[in-house]
Ligand binder design. Structure first.
Ligand code: HEM
Length: 141
């Protein structure tokens, strides 16, 4: 009787552990975004000026940590203007013009949207970790 009880307990623990692993795997799924929300104001300090902080870029509302690409995005590097903000428009247009350093792609053609998505897939999603999402205000949470 005691051994039946013991087997029961062992089984229950195993099932619970299995469920915990399954939930963990689901949460770590690629489509699951970290819950950290960054406003435009929050992002400003992640432009590479402070070596203690990661370098962040927001594209189509997703925030990537591009610190590993410091040679592109660090202070004085070619693409430093793109970081510490949402620069979706600039990346979609291959532009570094001040006026394009925004998240506004409302006037993009299908072709421009496709080009933007391709850069995001082949450069950002492929190379850099996602650390959060871009929000207008923290009330959006
Ligand atoms: C004369 C013009 C340009 C040249 C010769 C050039 C050259 C390059 C080269 C060689 C790379 C790849 C570097 C590597 O993987 O080691 C690169 C990457 C890149 N370029 Fe340019 N580029 C130019 C203009 C621009 C402009 C105007 C933008 C504006 C958005 C831009 C955005 C990027 C981005 C986002 C990457 C990817 C960086 C990464 O891997 O994180 N480039 N460029």
């Amino acid at each position: 009787m005691r051994s039946v009880l013991l087997i029961g307990v062992v089984l229950a623990v195993a099932v619970a552990a299995g469920a915990a692993v399954a939930v963990g795997a689901e949460q770590a799924g690629e489509d699951t975004l970290p819950q950290t929300a960054f406003t435009a104001e929050d992002l400003k300090k992640y432009d590479g000026r402070d070596p203690e902080l990661p370098i962040l870029i927001s594209l189509k509302g997703i925030v990537y940590d591009v610190t590993a690409g410091k040679r592109f995005y660090g202070p004085g590097a070619s693409y430093n203007a793109l970081v510490g903000k949402d620069s979706t428009r600039a990346v979609g247009l291959w532009s570094l013009d001040e006026k394009d350093l925004t998240d506004d792609i409302s006037d993009f053609t299908e072709e421009q949207l496709a080009g933007l998505n391709e850069v995001i897939e082949t450069v950002y999603k492929a190379k850099y970790p996602v650390v959060g999402r871009f929000v207008k205000t923290h009330d959006e949470l």
